[in-house]
Write a protein that binds this ligand. Structure first.
Ligand SMILES: C[S@@+](CC[C@H](N)C(=O)[O-])C[C@H]1O[C@@H](n2cnc3c(N)ncnc32)[C@H](O)[C@@H]1O
Length: 335
């Protein structure tokens, strides 16, 4: 079966990288059928049930559809497709369209799809049994049957200002979630954030059921982080008030490390030179990771990327413009 992931175009590389990492975390075997800025289509034997597990995780995908067909975005091309037999024969239906192209007129395309799919069927716009979704891009129209709509609203609802304890250093929950996902951690894995601050990353990992360990040099951060975890009803956690150099004395090796390193500006480094702190941090991160484990590290300056390379190998790099004066680098390293 082929599945189509409709990507949020908020970032060039992250949406696809996140899906690939989540498929890996669920051991789903697949081949890539098509990959563009709008869609990621895979061919797999995996069942809906297995795919559902990753819908609870993804933060940069809008929908997962069963892929039906694609063609050039014109109504004549659509009419050529013998597609009707690919969907269930019974049930009410709605045909929807998302036009992601500024060049293509969608009206005729929707009309042709509606003619094909709604003939002999009850049309039900509010809660149809079958939802046909079409995505129009500049060069193609992709048609699929909706399987899952992802809950992206949740990330806005968990924004930092709604937590009992917050500070301007916290990441947006959507970004924290994608960092967790890029580590490909399995649901029964253990994830460590050694610079946990207010707990933004730990919350996103804890909500999807991953066991979490957090640590920070500031006691007030640990106290606040605890409040935040409790607020989201997360129970499976350990927190320590420790310098990055001392965590190894308290905990065993972990499956993944996901962290947003101190920027050296607004966040405290306790007066330590930032390069020395980063050297120590990467050395300890490497020691704390299990063999082949991944570390997803947020950095505020790309010069720090190479410090990590002394201890770990780089798997992926994603650049993210937080605002005009701050570009964040999310680097996926592997031990
Ligand atoms: C960028 S913030 C982390 C933000 C976090 N992701 C959040 O959502 O709040 C970096 C954190 O590193 C901590 N920190 C600085 N130096 C440290 C050290 N040597 N060992 C452990 N933690 C340290 C700071 O107290 C700060 O909370």
């Amino acid at each position: 079966m082929k599945f189509l992931f409709e990507l949020s175009k908020e970032h060039k590389t992250i949406p696809t990288a996140e899906i690939i990492a989540c498929l890996k975390s669920e051991d789903i075997k697949y081949s890539i059928f098509e990959s563009t800025d709008d869609v990621f289509i895979i061919k797999t034997q995996a069942e809906n049930k297995k795919l559902k597990k990753i819908t609870n995780r993804l933060s940069y995908t809008y929908y997962i559809d069963r892929f039906l067909f694609s063609c050039r975005p014109s109504s004549n091309e659509i009419k050529k497709h013998p597609i009707k037999n690919k969907i269930e024969t019974n049930g009410s239906i709605a045909v929807r369209c998302k036009n992601r192209s500024k060049k293509i007129e969608s009206q005729q395309i929707i009309k042709s799809l509606a003619e094909i799919y709604t003939a002999d069927r009850k049309v039900e716009l509010d809660s149809p049994d079958i939802e046909i979704r079409s995505i129009i891009s500049d060069s193609k129209v992709y048609v699929g049957q909706k399987i899952f709509k992802l809950n992206r609203k949740q990330f806005e609802e968990r924004k930092v200002q709604f937590r009992p304890f917050f500070s301007p250093i916290s990441l947006h929950p959507k970004i924290a979630r994608v960092m967790v996902n890029l580590s490909s951690i399995k649901n029964n894995g253990i994830l460590l954030d050694p610079f946990c601050g207010t707990g933004g990353i730990l919350i996103e990992a804890g909500i999807i059921g991953i066991k979490i360990i957090g640590s920070d040099i500031e006691q007030k951060m640990i106290d606040g982080c605890k409040k935040n975890l409790e607020y989201y009803n997360i129970k499976n956690y350990q927190l320590y008030n420790l310098d990055i150099g001392d965590i190894g004395k308290k905990i065993n090796k972990v499956d993944a490390i996901v962290t947003d390193m101190p920027y050296g500006k607004s966040t405290t480094t306790k007066g330590e030179n930032i390069t020395i702190l980063y050297e120590r941090a990467f050395k300890n991160i490497s020691n704390l990771l299990k063999e082949n484990g991944k570390a997803v590290i947020g950095l505020s300056n790309k010069d720090f990327i190479t410090i990590g390379e002394k201890f770990l190998s780089i798997v992926e790099k994603h650049e993210f413009r937080a605002h005009r004066s701050l570009t964040r680098h999310f680097i996926v390293y592997q031990k």
